[in-house]
Structures are given as structure tokens and as C-alpha cells.
Ligand binder design. Structure first.
Ligand code: ATP
Ligand code: MG
Length: 661
């Protein structure tokens, strides 16, 4: 009978086995999505434990999310290597800080800051600087960036000279506010999220006894998703290692999606410069996805323009790693253009219903969006279709703290007669909770909160418009009643449902069916991606999304936000060259392909709206499109044609796939 360690290696290919049996560092695994990086390092740890090379308690595996850490611990237990620590940087640092604080600093570990913006507001008050909520949000993000990049308030001005400071502030004022914020925290005996890492770093740096104790506890380090490590996390890792090189890092530069928070793939890409003796293993076989999904992912990256200068520190972006699919063939990815967000959510819910009816478990399906504020339409559509769901990386829309606070405020305000139109009123009321029409420059929790409030104001606008179209009145009390009803109809928490998650939260995960929604300009790429580096990061985010799918992949977008609204959105630029060419004589001409064309109306070659008449279909373009297609009139034509098609009650969406065109 094979020894258990042989069984651990049995489920790996040659390169993965190379990873698993290289038990001494430094080791770097460079590989694309779905190639089994996480699997290889998990098996490596288990193999090291079973061969007696590793003591489980002396291995620290660092993953990017708490969920990934939990999954790795489960897998390690299954492989007989329970006892190995698999944690996020933050969780690992917090444990060490809690343990060593009394001896290194004395007293109790301070509490962790809940709302950074509140403390920043106090910091501003102390300096008698007037700031509004939007500025405070951007300031919170700027302070976060400075801290994970390991800049002090004093060093900020110099370090941030190439960055645009939050609107209305100059670098010197940001630096003063940053220092004042640090003082407020000290006075209140609080530390923030970044301090957990900074303080652990400081203790390791300054207290040689503690450093020696931690280093004797952990002797082997493994870091997954290393492309998104921040300078602060890297510093912590270096201090844990203390000059040793028992380190295995795993990453994929094409999946760098957190550089907006200060993370950088330079550490991954510069690994062999730092450790000249490092072994590098590349994996190219994609075990996760069908050839159809892999092909699409490869095409998305191949269409990328060379990225200038980033990631810096003398390191260049490598050419994208082409994935080679190992799975059997599956269905073609679906592309769906929808009239508006509601139609898109309904379309996605109906496709999910069909998959579930066909035997797919809801838990193996995910809907992924760019911003958490987009979840509401999908929560609603899935609830209406009787499909359970769970939100990952964000609470259910109506359970979010800011949404509950907002409803309380709206309810209180609805008791007094209301003259302003509801959407405007709603915006005014929610301003006290941080709502502004402009998106904050900040990411993370700050942006999520803004997105939730923005979604509420947008909903007020949509409902007011549709009531007005029906000639009905719409008071604030009606809006609150509608919110109550929606909150009540959303599903009770379930762990077996469809996953709704942001693309960022989907990192490292996989599902049989993935619906990438909202793929229009402004959402993907997001409106605040303004330069080439920003667009490139958005493209990588879409790549992460595509590569989450094992079998079914759907990409959809809508032309307008609200039903019947002006069509003002364009499909994402990243879809160019990915989705099938619009229907028409320029498409495939072989008879077989024509026979496979679906019965639904074809699309106009120029403005891509539905072709209504036989004459139009013969021409391949609608009656309103000039023979020589002109880019400048594109949007206007499409808006007009969409309106006509809505009036004519044709379907609100068209699904087209490679096979059918
Ligand atoms: P990501 O870049 O998205 O984090 P990854 O490279 O870490 O992906 P894994 O999550 O480890 O990839 O593996 C992807 C899928 O392929 C998993 O379902 C895994 O079990 C499966 N897999 C990996 N290697 C093999 C193999 N040698 N044989 C069969 N299945 C494999
Ligand atoms: Mg992985």
C-alpha cells in the first residue's frame, strides 16, 4: 500500500509535485489562475509534515482572505496536517500582538478603531480645519495608503508628492491631519487596522526577545496571492523571517487587483533578484475551467496594451501567462446585452433558475459585480425567483449598517410633510450619513458605504420616475414602505444559496457557474479608473472574474440604469474583441452557422439594437443607421432604437453566444 505521503503527491502534476517536494526555500511559484497554485502549496505543507521535515506548529501559511485561510486549514486537516497555522497577515499579526503586548509594551492591547472617519473628524476639529464627509472619506483612504506604504505623518509630504491629495486639501494639511488623527487615537487608547501590522513590526524591530521567540515558533513561511502584498506586509514577513529564507511565495501578476490600496506585485516579480538562489516553478495547466472559459481569459489578457512603468522598483510586468485548459469542453460563454439593470438582474435570475432546474446546486453558482452597491438588484431578482443567496464580502443589502441607519433616518423624516421631490429629499437626508453624489476616491469600507447609500438614492430616483410615468404620486412615506417591503422579501440567511460577491471578494475562489454582471463603461472599468494603470487593474479584475468559472460563464451589461431611462451606457471596452461580432453579413457566412442562428431577432450591424423588419434584417442594419457607420452618432441611434424596441415590447435582452452567431 502506498505511503500517505505518496498519496499526497498522487493528485498533482509534475510541476506541482516539484513544488510539493521542494520543502526548503526560497521557492517561488509563478502561475496563472486555476493552475493549482493553492493546491500545490497546501500539498507541499502536508507533504512536509508527513515526511517529518516540518513540525506543523512551526509552519505559518499566509493567505489573502479569512475564507481562504479557513479553506486551507480544512484542506490541511483532510491531508492530515491539522495544527498548521493558516491565517491572513492581519489575523496572524493580531494574535502575536495580543500575546506579546503585555510583555513588550505593558497593559492591555488597545481597542481597534471602528470608524476611522469619526476620529479623522475629531482630528480636523482639533486643528480647526473645516472638512466635509466626502473629504474625510478620501482622507481616511489616503491615511491608509500612507500607513500600508509605511510613511509617517512627517514623511507623508515627500512620499506623496506624485499623488493627488484629497479634494480641498494640500499635502501639508493632510500631513497635519494625519498626525492629529494619530494623536486622537493615542488619547482614546485605540489602534486602527494598519496599526495592528505596524505595531507588530515595531515590536519585532525593537524587542529582540520577542523577535527571537516568534522566530523560534515559526520556521517555515508560505504566502499565497503574493502579487498583492503591501510594503507593510512585506516588512512584517521579513521580520518574521529574520534573515532566513525558508519562504515559499505563490502568485500571478495578472491577478494584481489591490494596487489601489498600496499593494504591489514588485515583490513577486523581484523575488529572484532578492533571493538569487531561489527555485522558480511555473504552472501552466489550468485545471479549473473549460477550454471555452480559458480561451476567453487568455484573449482578455492578450488584448492588453503593454503596461507602462508599473510595478516599479526596476521590475517590469511579465508577458501574460497563457493558460492551457485541462478540462473537457463545455458550453460557450454567454454574452447578454440588457436594456437596463432591472432587466439584467431578471435575465440573470432566469438563467440561474434554468441551471438550478437542470440540476446545478445554487451553492455552485456566483453572481459577481464590481461594486457592492450593485447587489440590491440581484438580491431582489433572486428573491423574486425563489432562489436563496448569500452575500460574500459584504452583508445583505438591507442588513448593512448604513442601510439600516438610512432607513431609520428616512422613516423619521417621512413623519413630517415632505415639498421637495423624494430623490432630492432622500439625498439631503442621507447626506448626514455621508452620502454625496461624487464617488469617494477611497476604496474599501468607505466606498462600500457610499455605494450602499448611492444605491438607495438611485432607487428613490427610479421609483419616483416609474410612479410619475404611471401618473401616481410618490411621497417619502411611500419610499420607506417600499424599502420595508423589499427588506422583508429578501431571503433569510442561507449558506446553501447562490453567492453574490464583489469581484475583489471572489479572489482565489471558484464556482461551476459564474455570472459577471454590469460590464458597462463606468462600472467596468469603474468610473474612477482614470489612467492606463487604472484601466489595466480593472482588466485584471475582469480576468479574475472570468477565471472563477469552472463550466458556465455569463457576461452581461445593460444599456441604461433605469427601466425606460435614456440609454447612456456603453458596453465595457474590455468586451471589444471578446464578445462575438454583432450580427449581420460580416459574421460567419457558412450555411451551418446560419442554420444555428436562434429564432430571435438579429442585431443591427452598426448600433447593435434589434432589427425589427424583414427589410432591416436583409440589410443587416436598422432603417435609422446610415450605410456608412459613424461612431459619433452611435449612442444617439442606440438610445433611439432602444426606446423604439421597448415601446414595441420586444424582449428586453438578447443573448448571443459564439455558437449561435
Ligand atoms: P487562483 O489563481 O484562482 O488562486 P490557483 O492557481 O490557486 O487559482 P487552485 O485553486 O489551487 O488554483 O486550483 C484550481 C482548481 O483546479 C481546484 O479545483 C483544484 O482542486 C483543481 N486542481 C488543481 N490541480 C489539479 C490537478 N493536478 N488535478 C486535478 N485538479 C486540480
Ligand atoms: Mg489560489
Amino acid at each position: 500500500m502506498a505511503a500517505f505521503e505518496d498519496l499526497i503527491l498522487a493528485g498533482l502534476d509534475d510541476e506541482q509535485r516539484e513544488v510539493a517536494t521542494t520543502l526548503r526555500g526560497p521557492l517561488c511559484v509563478l502561475a496563472g489562475a486555476g493552475t493549482g497554485k493553492t493546491r500545490a502549496i497546501t500539498h507541499r505543507i502536508a507533504y512536509g509534515v508527513h515526511t517529518g521535515v516540518y513540525v506543523p506548529q512551526q509552519v505559518l501559511a499566509v493567505t489573502f482572505t479569512a475564507r481562504a485561510a479557513g479553506e486551507m486549514r480544512t484542506r490541511l486537516r483532510e491531508l492530515g496536517a491539522g495544527g498548521v497555522q493558516a491565517r491572513t497577515f492581519h489575523a496572524a499579526a493580531l494574535r502575536q500582538l495580543q500575546y506579546f503586548w503585555p510583555q513588550a509594551i505593558g497593559g492591555q492591547l488597545p481597542g481597534i478603531v471602528d470608524h476611522k472617519a469619526q476620529l479623522l473628524a475629531e482630528a480636523a476639529r482639533r486643528l480647526r480645519i473645516n472638512t466635509d464627509r466626502a473629504t474625510l472619506r478620501d482622507l481616511a483612504a489616503e491615511v491608509e495608503w500612507a500607513k500600508v506604504s509605511m510613511h509617517t505623518a512627517e514623511g507623508y509630504v515627500q512620499a506623496a508628492r506624485d499623488r493627488t491629495p484629497p479634494a480641498g486639501l494640500d499635502h501639508t494639511t493632510v500631513s497635519r491631519l494625519f498626525q492629529s488623527y494619530e494623536d486622537v487615537k493615542t488619547d482614546r487608547h485605540l489602534i486602527d487596522f494598519e496599526d495592528v501590522l505596524l505595531l507588530t513590526v515595531a515590536i519585532l524591530d525593537e524587542d529582540q526577545r520577542v523577535a527571537a521567540e516568534i522566530r523560534s515558533q515559526y520556521r517555515t513561511f508560505v504566502v499565497d496571492e503574493y502579487q498583492d502584498v503591501s510594503p507593510l506586509q512585506q516588512r512584517l514577513l521579513d521580520l518574521w523571517l529574520g534573515g532566513r529564507d525558508e519562504l515559499c511565495v505563490v502568485g500571478d501578476a495578472s491577478q494584481t487587483i489591490y494596487s489601489f490600496t498600496g499593494a504591489t506585485p514588485a515583490h513577486l516579480l523581484g523575488f529572484t533578484r532578492r533571493y538569487p538562489g531561489a527555485k522558480v516553478v511555473r504552472l501552466v495547466r489550468d485545471y479549473r475551467s473549460t477550454p471555452q472559459v480559458v480561451h476567453l481569459a487568455n484573449r482578455l489578457l492578450a488584448a492588453r496594451r503593454p503596461e507602462p512603468g508599473v510595478p516599479g522598483q526596476g521590475v517590469e510586468w511579465p508577458p501574460p501567462l497563457e493558460l492551457v485548459a485541462q478540462r473537457d469542453s463545455g458550453p460557450d460563454p454567454e454574452f447578454a446585452e440588457c436594456a437596463d439593470d432591472v432587466a439584467e438582474a431578471a435575465h440573470v435570475a432566469s438563467r440561474i433558475r434554468a441551471l438550478v432546474d437542470g440540476g446545478l446546486a445554487p451553492a455552485s453558482i456566483a453572481v459577481l459585480y464590481r461594486t457592492n452597491g450593485q447587489s440590491e438588484a440581484y438580491e431582489q431578482a433572486l428573491a423574486s425567483a425563489g432562489i436563496g443567496y448569500q452575500l460574500r464580502g459584504g452583508e445583505r443589502f438591507f442588513q448593512r449598517r448604513e442601510v439600516r441607519e438610512a432607513i431609520l433616518q428616512l422613516r423619521a423624516a417621512s413623519r413630517t410633510p415632505t415639498d421637495e421631490p423624494v430623490p432630492q429629499l432622500c439625498g439631503d437626508i442621507l447626506a448626514s450619513l455621508g452620502y454625496t453624489p461624487d464617488a469617494p476616491a477611497a476604496g474599501g469600507a468607505v466606498r462600500e458605504r457610499w455605494e450602499s447609500l448611492t444605491a438607495l438614492v438611485a432607487l428613490a430616483g427610479d421609483l419616483a420616475a416609474s410612479r410619475a410615468a404611471r401618473g401616481e404620486g410618490f411621497a417619502l412615506a411611500d419610499f420607506v414602505a417600499e424599502l420595508d417591503e423589499r427588506a422583508a422579501t429578501q431571503h433569510a440567511p442561507t449558506v446553501q444559496g447562490v453567492t453574490l460577491a464583489s469581484l475583489h471578494a471572489a479572489k482565489g475562489l471558484e464556482w461551476d457557474a459564474v455570472f459577471l454582471v454590469g460590464l458597462s463603461e463606468g462600472l467596468m472599468p469603474i468610473s474612477f479608473a482614470e489612467d492606463q494603470a487604472g484601466y489595466d487593474e480593472e482588466r485584471r479584475l475582469l480576468y479574475v472574474g472570468i477565471t472563477r468559472a469552472r463550466i458556465h460563464l455569463s457576461l452581461s451589461w445593460s444599456l441604461s440604469r433605469t427601466p425606460g431611462g435614456r440609454a447612456h451606457r456603453r458596453p465595457s471596452r474590455f468586451l471589444d474583441g471578446l464578445r462575438p461580432a454583432p450580427a449581420g453579413p460580416t459574421g460567419r457566412s457558412d450555411a451551418g452557422a446560419r442554420r444555428r442562428r436562434p429564432a430571435g431577432p438579429p442585431l443591427c450591424r452598426s448600433c447593435r439594437t434589434l432589427l425589427a423588419t424583414a427589410a432591416e434584417r436583409k440589410l443587416g442594419r436598422c432603417a435609422n443607421c446610415p450605410p456608412d457607420y459613424d461612431e459619433a452618432v452611435f449612442e444617439e441611434l442606440r438610445a433611439w432604437r432602444l426606446k423604439v424596441s421597448q415601446d414595441a415590447a420586444v424582449p428586453a435582452f438578447v443573448v448571443f453566444t459564439d455558437a449561435t452567431l
